[in-house]
Design a protein around this ligand. Structure first.
Ligand SMILES: [Zn+2]
Length: 319
């Protein structure tokens, strides 16, 4: 890369598509976003991204020759080597599609496509919580509506045979029992601790007649966010839900530690807003299971809302 070159990172999610234009040093110099079209299929969704890339280049008077590449991350099952999207949970029509080559043919620049948790892991590893620490291995865990992870082994993303490595949220803990998750199994970690599923557990308990300051709340809009203020008031049911989240996250993290023996975990995602209330419990429970007293570090993700575009651009920058 010459130092007058640029990269573009695209973070395409279920609600919006965010774009970042980065200079040679990785500094964000322009950004743009538009809502995601839930009706768009793979080609239509990609056309809009290609048009927006062209617009960003034109607006910043950057010629295509100076663009080193475009990185795209999506909440999808992606075969990285093939640039192929199997399915996208939040965008049901974006599936069964060779998105990477479609975009390459449109834009005539290198394009890389990866799962959003992988991109976030890369962003935190190089530019966030892991930056400057000379870590050889690291696991990033996103705890949000869902739970997923990105695994760094030997300073690079580990993607597995098909590209799906790190789907720790769908590891089974009580197979065939509990709430059915989007992965079509019952009893994965996400179905117990993901932000989409915690309100379902809470509603079940409310229907059993449990009393809580959340009892009168409109159940149609009940979300994980409602639990936090109730916890601060020491509401027993809210505390029980918090304990459930902490328990399943801790078991998940412990299992990953046993499998990979990676000693640095970085936690990101919307539910990190629960802060110490949640993570002190996760830590305590992890330590209770872990009988070999070697250092294991838990860190909080450092990059704020830009982690997706940073990670997407890092796919290109590190390549
Ligand atoms: Zn699942």
């Amino acid at each position: 890369m010459n130092n007058d070159h640029y990269t573009i990172g695209i973070d395409a999610g279920g609600t919006k598509v965010a774009y970042g234009l980065f200079d040679f040093d990785g500094k964000l110099i322009d950004r743009f976003e538009h809502p995601s079209d839930p009706e768009a299929d793979g080609p239509a969704f990609s056309d809009r991204m290609a048009e927006t890339v062209e617009m960003l280049l034109e607006k910043n008077a950057i010629s295509r020759q100076l663009l080193d590449g475009v990185g795209v991350c999506m909440p999808s099952y992606i075969m990285y080597d093939e640039g192929y999207i199997f399915l996208t949970s939040a965008l049901p029509k974006v599936r069964d599609f060779y998105m990477r080559d479609y975009l390459r043919n449109k834009l005539h620049v290198p394009v890389l496509l990866d799962n959003d948790a992988n991109a976030a892991a890369l962003a935190e590893y190089r530019r966030g919580a892991g930056a400057g620490k000379d870590l050889k291995h690291m696991v990033y865990i996103a705890i949000s509506t869902g739970i997923g992870s990105g695994i760094i082994i030997n300073r690079d993303l580990y993607r597995g045979s098909y590209g799906f490595a790190g789907e720790c949220g769908h590891m089974l803990i009580t197979p065939d029992e509990g709430i059915e998750c989007g992965c079509r199994n019952k009893g994965c970690f996400m179905s117990y601790a993901g932000g989409r599923y915690i309100p379902m557990h809470l509603k079940d308990r409310l229907h059993e007649g449990r009393r809580s300051i959340l009892s009168g709340i409109d159940e149609t809009v009940l979300s994980c966010r409602d639990i936090l203020p109730a916890c601060r008031e020491n509401d027993p049911l809210a505390m029980e839900m918090l304990g459930q989240m902490a328990h399943y996250i801790a078991v998940c993290v412990y299992n990953i530690y046993e499998l990979l023996n990676i000693n640095t975990f970085v936690f990101g995602g919307g539910l990190t807003s629960f802060g110490d209330l949640l993570f002190d419990r996760v830590r305590g429970e992890f330590d209770r299971y872990n009988h070999i007293k070697l250092p294991v570090t838990f860190l909080t993700a450092q990059l704020k809302k830009d982690f997706g575009i940073i990670g997407a651009s890092e796919l290109v920058r590190g390549n």
